[in-house]
Design a protein around this ligand. Structure first.
Ligand code: URA
Length: 479
């Protein structure tokens, strides 16, 4: 019998492979009579050439291996998979259970390599704002295998409301908040090398880096150097490794001289060590740290459903919040809740938190007068807020006032200049005034006007979160 040549599209041609397999099985063509190749020629394996054959029923495990292994770069992948299918359909239905079988072993190794590659892509892609484009983001990534299509669902799910493109040497893909399209390969230079959030990432990484746990070999195995180039935080790694020994020595010395004092630095280290995976774990670390400035009764944590659509970020708890241990329950919180009710945002379904988790005040007689947190204090709490954001993963983040804005962006910006829609890293955002600003206004007329403007902001916030939910589309700015 002569050899039958099957030519599939370059890359991971799952559809072409499926069609070919149906036809080959219908023709009872044994693997040794089939020659597999991939190229761009127009005579690819298609229904027009061979007619449509009926689908084949395969055990789930085999079907999953096929989906993974067609992504592998190994030129023999289709031949190996066809051998597997042939044997499963010809009396060896439980073949996958024989781990020592050389074919099963080889295919299993291929599937593992694909899983690893996908994991790396999920972890190491960093979107950056495209130059001159407010709303478009791009990232460069170098996968080892043909995994673009397999990786797409993760990025669509994670960055659904973002217009993003991932450029790689094997192809590119773009999500425009509605549709996914695949395009030609590109170069590193096609994606922006940096953007204004770079500093924020680097600062966050530096603050959670634990010198006592440095293991450069393990770091390189987990994060091979080729990925470092794309990570803003990676620029900090060589310096952090170099200074690790000194920092560990300093830590040991510090512990020897002040073993009982619970400093926030120690709590940050606890966060690095424990890597909190839930809000409960994160809150335990914050509680343990205690206030940066003495006086607060307790830490006031964020409150609301863990994956709320909207996350409101305020400044710091006030007197009532400090006593009750809940955010936004004092006068400013009551005003916020009233305004939310008026526009149809349910407080129970939103997540409310603060940039700073402890009340800072000046004692005047019996009264505790709110004292604004300094930029340094905001910075101190920032890694916790970033972690909280990562755990809640809201669709929309609302900065209430300048302190929240500073905490979310790392930059001091006046609210009047930035009020309205915003983006905080990869999060859709909105900037508005803090409700306590409304309470401080001098006369009733100004208060009413400012409250109306605040309601308008909340209406937009409500619309944005809804639009995001239902259609994936964001309405155009209407200010
Ligand atoms: N102001 C805030 O920023 N947060 C609160 O929890 C209360 C008042």
């Amino acid at each position: 019998m002569s050899l039958h040549r099957i030519t599939l599209k370059p890359g991971a041609d799952l559809d072409g492979f499926r069609r070919a397999v149906r036809w080959l099985i219908a023709e009872e063509m044994a693997p040794q009579h089939v020659l597999w190749s991939s190229d761009d020629s127009p005579s690819l394996f298609g229904e027009d050439e061979h007619g449509a054959a009926s689908p084949i029923s395969l055990p789930k495990g085999v079907a999953r291996l096929i989906e993974a292994c067609v992504c592998h770069r190994d030129e023999e992948r289709y031949a190996l998979l066809y051998q597997l299918i042939w044997r499963v359909l010809n009396g060896e239905r439980d073949l996958l259970e024989i781990a020592s079988d050389p074919l099963v072993h080889r295919i299993d190794m291929m599937a593992r390599a694909i899983r690893r590659d996908l994991h790396k892509m999920h972890a190491f892609v960093r979107f950056r704002r495209m130059h001159g484009e407010l709303e478009r983001f791009a990232a460069w990534f170098e996968p080892d295998h043909y995994i673009l299509e397999a990786a797409a669902p993760f990025f669509i799910d994670r960055f659904h409301s973002l217009d993003w493109t991932i450029i790689t040497p094997i192809g590119s893909m773009r999500w425009n908040r509605k549709n996914l399209t695949f395009g030609p390969p590109g170069n590193r230079e096609d994606a922006p090398a940096s953007d204004e959030f770079e500093e924020g990432w680097r600062g966050y990484y530096e603050s959670v880096f634990n010198p006592a746990r440095v293991n450069p070999t393990a770091m390189r195995a987990e994060m091979p150097k080729k990925y470092w180039r794309n990570l803003p935080e990676a620029a900090a790694i060589p310096g952090l490794i170099q200074s690790a020994t000194q920092r560990v020595d300093a830590m040991i010395e510090q512990e020897a001289t002040m073993p009982l004092k619970r400093t926030p630095e120690r709590a940050l280290e606890a966060m690095r060590d424990q890597e909190p995976k839930t809000l409960k774990e994160l809150n335990a670390i914050i509680a343990k740290a205690g206030p940066l400035v003495p006086g607060a009764t307790q830490a006031v944590f964020g409150e609301g459903p863990v994956h709320a659509d909207i996350m409101f970020v305020g400044e710091q708890p006030g007197d009532q919040e400090d006593l009750q241990g809940r955010p936004f329950v004092g006068p400013a919180g009551k005003l916020l809740t009233k305004a939310m009710n008026e526009v149809g945002i349910s407080r129970e379904q939103a997540y409310l938190t603060n940039a700073v988790k402890h009340f800072k005040f000046e004692q005047r007689g019996h009264r505790r007068i709110h004292s604004k947190p300094t930029a340094g204090e905001v910075k101190h709490y920032r890694p916790w807020l970033m972690k909280e954001l990562e755990l809640v993963r809201p669709k929309l983040v609302v900065a209430l006032g300048a302190t929240a804005l500073l905490a979310l962006t790392g930059k001091a910006t006046p609210i009047t200049r930035s009020r309205g829609r915003a983006r905080f890293g990869t999060y859709e955002g909105y900037i508005t005034v803090h409700p306590s600003y409304l309470l401080r206004l001098p006369d009733e007329a100004t208060k009413r006007e400012a409250y109306e403007a605040f309601l308008n902001d909340l209406r937009r916030i409500h619309d944005l979160s809804q639009a995001d939910l239902d259609t994936g589309e964001l309405p155009l700015a209407a200010e």
